[in-house]
Design a binder for this molecule. Structure first.
Ligand SMILES: [Zn+2]
Length: 405
């Protein structure tokens, strides 16, 4: 019993020291001791272990306040890598990420038209290539997938586009590669990416990412942690009803959900209907020739019809976001996904709608902005989930890919 406790304390201290090294570019042993309140002897022992494992190195001398100049330590950013996957794009995207969150290599993989097992094989192919290309041990794999995910068990409960139902993705990938795996919903991964790497924020701050693509989801970070909700489906705002009367049928079976009026698909459909009645528009006259890209070009050229369609979608987004802001009082709202191409006019429309729906006091200091990471938000977020677990860096060994054919 006593032995177990000592072991736990040691592990805890090792994590604490490594976390402090993560949070600083360069730092001395004395400074680590001061910040962690561990003794200098304990810090020196742990640092010696970290140096032995190749995780940390001495990088020179710091300035002295009298006496000997302290030796500075730094994390060896490429001593381990983590892998982030984004399964929510038209082509799967995978990235090999170093310990400082820098993408060292990316790979893409076509998504098989048949869902189910063929898609699992495509995920393996992508991972095999990334693992083989890793110059140092892979410490973990983070996967952002569309659909409903049970983050506790790593089971994809339902991902319609990939043909997955109750797929134990984490168990499968862990068994094949022999490293820890995290599976999370794509919007949650995007939120984690923007929170970790997308600019300035306080360490315990909160943010909401609204991810608008073919589907719409929100990722919610509260006090630095992903908020999953009791059923694991927090942030499913795509299926909040925003059209009270005469709404279109949604793939979930309801009428008038946010996805039916503000997803990229809904924007294209709406433009196709409107162009039939328009006298002049920069959009192609034949509805079937209207694509999302055509709308983007017409919008940028100031076409009134394109602007009307897009900004209408923005108002519906604002309505759905207002319930989150009104409930959680989160001040940083970040849009990611294809709609971010419509830039400031869309952001202004969302903000205007929030002002009409939320108490002014709640909106003080609220910002609606476009994500900083672009299409890389999900792979970076998925890898950030792994980087947060410092303990997995200690047991990083080479994944079993060598035996994979
Ligand atoms: Zn729906």
């Amino acid at each position: 019993m006593r032995k177990a406790t000592q072991q736990q304390t040691k592990e805890h201290n090792r994590k604490l020291v490594l976390q402090t090294l993560f949070e600083h570019e360069r730092i001395s042993r004395a400074e680590i001791a001061r910040l962690t309140t561990l003794t200098r002897t304990t810090v020196s022992e742990i640092v010696a272990d970290h140096i032995g494992e190749g995780l940390v190195r001495e990088v020179g001398l710091g300035s002295s306040l009298g006496g000997k100049s302290p030796i500075l330590l730094s994390l060896v950013a490429d001593s381990r890598h983590v892998i982030g996957l984004d399964l929510a794009q038209d082509r799967f995207l995978g990235a090999l990420v170093d310990l400082r969150g820098r993408i060292r290599r990316t790979e893409e993989q076509a998504v098989p038209p048949r869902g189910g097992d063929a898609v699992v094989s495509a995920v393996y192919e992508l991972l095999d290539r990334l693992v083989r290309g890793a110059p140092t041990p892979v410490a973990g794999i983070g996967i952002g997938t569309p659909g409903l995910v049970d983050a506790q068990t790593g089971v994809v409960v339902n991902a319609v586009n990939l043909g997955w139902t109750r797929l134990p993705l984490r168990r499968l990938v862990e068994a094949r590669y022999g490293v820890p795996v995290a599976v999370l919903n794509d919007s949650q991964a995007a939120a984690m990416g923007e929170y970790t790497f997308g600019g300035e924020h306080a360490a315990r701050s909160s943010l909401v990412v609204i991810n608008v693509r073919y589907g719409i989801g929100a990722g919610i970070i509260l006090g630095g942690e992903i908020f999953h909700g009791d059923g694991g489906a927090a942030g499913e705002i795509g299926h909040v009803v925003v059209v009270r009367e005469g709404g279109s049928p949604c793939r979930c079976g309801n009428l008038g959900c946010l996805e039916t009026v503000a997803s990229t698909h809904a924007i294209v459909e709406r433009a196709r209907v409107m162009v039939r009645h328009a006298k002049v528009a920069a959009l192609p006259g034949a509805p079937e020739r209207i694509t999302f890209e055509a709308i983007e070009r017409a919008f940028a050229a100031g076409d009134p019809l394109a602007r009307q369609v897009v900004l209408e979608a923005g108002r519906f987004m604002g309505m759905a976001i207002s319930s989150l802001v009104g409930t959680l009082n989160i001040r940083r709202i970040v849009l990611t996904g294809d709609v971010t191409r419509f830039g400031p006019p869309l952001l202004d429309t969302v903000m205007e709608t929030l002002k009409q729906s939320v108490l002014a006091r709640l909106l003080e200091g609220t910002r609606v902005e476009v994500g900083q990471l672009g299409p890389r938000a999900i792979v970076l977020g998925a890898s950030a989930t792994m980087l947060k677990d410092y303990s997995l860096l200690f047991r990083a060994t080479n994944p079993r890919v060598a035996s994979v054919t």
